[in-house]
Design a protein around this ligand. Structure first.
Ligand code: 5AD
Ligand code: SF4
Length: 444
């Protein structure tokens, strides 16, 4: 025993939250070591997401279930972090009095002091202040904890776009970009420690640097160029982009930068211009399709994925059919699709949520059936092709069964009697295409 207590973290939501969970683990590492067993934990962090109704309900139901654990183990520290915590603040404490700490995304850096206070005073503490001038502190990730071969790197926080359905500007605040030097130092440190792949994270990476003084700005495309020059890195990815300001300079990177993976997540949300306008997306479908064509011109093998909302207020059957037509036109490699839900204080809550639950479900099912068929057809396009894979790991279920990821972000399962190392690059010829994965044969 090293005298350390045990910390359990449950993470909901986006990759930004995954990265924040890593940071919290590291910040608390002096006093706590991680555990996967919630029942053994001396402290539990629930890192919440409020993007959709369902995500928020999940976080609340886990937090609710912790009431009994706290009764049985009064010393247990329970913290709610992330977007629901930010949004609810003190309200969360009145609803969940067994919670000790409510901490917003900008406040996680104070976690060690907050934990000390929580242990000392044993009364609910709320830390959800958001500052306009907040800067994500330079922070070198731990090489001992976390995935050894691939990592997320947050390059900016917040969002200025105010899409009418979206809660993010309220929970994560306005856009704040990290300094390029801090980002490059973080990635250099990771690469020197053996990390082979990084994913740069931001709500809208295209506007990276726009909040820095004119004259000393680095665009996202130039940041990407500098990241791909870091020694030891094999692959670079990023997410997410708003199609309205997807620049020519960024598209050109897909032609020029060998380490930039040819996968682009380009959320469209709807195929109807009327709905896009009410969503305040600030682009038309014509503009979107033009970007898609240009991207494919820059990089013919690029895999496109997207996000779609069905049942936005006043979405007619015709609007929905326009979304279906768009899917057929673009033929995405895959898509995340959601039923619209009100997320107060997002502006769309002022519109009547006019599409009924059953109709939303019907539209979602029809859309997902079409997308699944296209995903399968897309996956079959890889049959017989030789792909470079970055090894993810061995299957827990069966010895000798491994999985890897292609540059286009496809999971490929294969057999290898030789032990491999996560992060290693291998070649495989694709022999089978399923909906969620491909199957390949190692080829030297
Ligand atoms: N209702 C349904 N889906 C939503 N998304 C964001 N807000 C809502 C909402 N209120 C979806 C969008 C976004 C993805 C992360 O979640 O498609 O791109
Ligand atoms: Fe969820 Fe959005 Fe917050 Fe990520 S930023 S945790 S997706 S609400």
């Amino acid at each position: 025993m090293n005298g350390k207590k045990l910390l359990y973290i449950e993470t909901f939501g986006c990759q930004m939250n995954d990265r924040d969970s890593e940071i919290m683990r590291q910040l608390l590492a002096k006093a706590y070591e991680p555990t996967d067993v919630i029942g053994a934990a001396d402290a539990i962090i629930v890192n919440t997401c409020s993007i959709r109704d369902k995500a928020e309900q999940k976080a609340y139901s886990l937090l609710g279930a912790l009431r009994k654990r706290k009764r049985d183990k009064p010393d247990l520290i329970i913290a709610a972090t992330g977007c629901v915590a930010q949004q609810e603040g003190a309200r969360m404490l009145s609803r969940m009095p067994h919670v000790d700490l409510v901490v917003g995304p900008q406040n996680i850096y104070q976690l060690p002091e907050l934990f000390d206070k929580a242990r000392q005073f044993r009364q609910g503490i709320v830390a959800t202040e958001m500052a306009r001038s907040f800067h994500i502190p330079p922070f070198l990730p731990s090489l001992q904890q976390g995935n050894p071969h691939k990592r997320f790197v947050t390059i900016m926080q917040g969002c200025n776009n105010f899409c009418t359905y979206c809660i993010v500007p309220y929970t994560r605040g306005r856009e704040i970009s990290r300094k390029p030097e801090d980002i490059l130092a973080e990635i250099t440190h990771l690469a020197a420690g053996g990390v082979k792949e990084v994913t740069l994270l931001g709500q809208n990476v295209n506007s990276y640097g726009n909040d820095h003084p004119v004259g000393s700005r680095t665009s996202f495309a130039s940041l990407l160029r500098r990241v791909t020059e870091i020694k030891g890195l094999e692959r670079v990815r990023f997410t997410t982009s708003n199609p309205k300001d997807l620049s020519e300079e960024l598209m050109q990177c897909f032609t020029d930068l060998a380490k930039l993976c040819p996968h682009f997540h380009l959320p469209v949300q709807s195929g109807s211009n009327a709905i896009l306008q009410r969503m305040n997306r600030k682009y038309t479908i014509e503009h979107y399709l033009d970007r898609v064509a240009k991207l494919r011109g820059c990089c013919p093998e690029i895999a496109l994925t997207t996000d779609i909302i069905v049942g936005f207020p006043d979405e007619t059957e015709q609007d929905f059919q326009a979304t279906m037509a768009l899917i057929e036109k673009v033929r995405y490699h895959s898509a995340f699709s959601f039923k619209y839900s009100n997320r107060p204080p997002a502006k769309s809550c002022q519109f009547a949520d006019s599409v009924g639950r059953e109709e939303k479900e019907r539209r979602l099912a029809v859309l997902q059936a079409l997308q699944q068929q296209i995903t399968l057809e897309r996956n079959r396009e890889y049959l017989g092709r030789r792909l470079e894979l970055m090894v993810e790991g061995e299957s827990r279920a069966a010895e000798g069964q491994w999985s890897g990821r292609s540059v286009t972000n496809h999971i490929v399962n294969f057999e290898s009697q030789v032990a491999l190392v996560p992060g290693q690059l291998v070649q495989a010829v694709i022999r089978e295409a399923c909906l969620h994965s491909l199957r390949g044969e190692l080829s030297m």
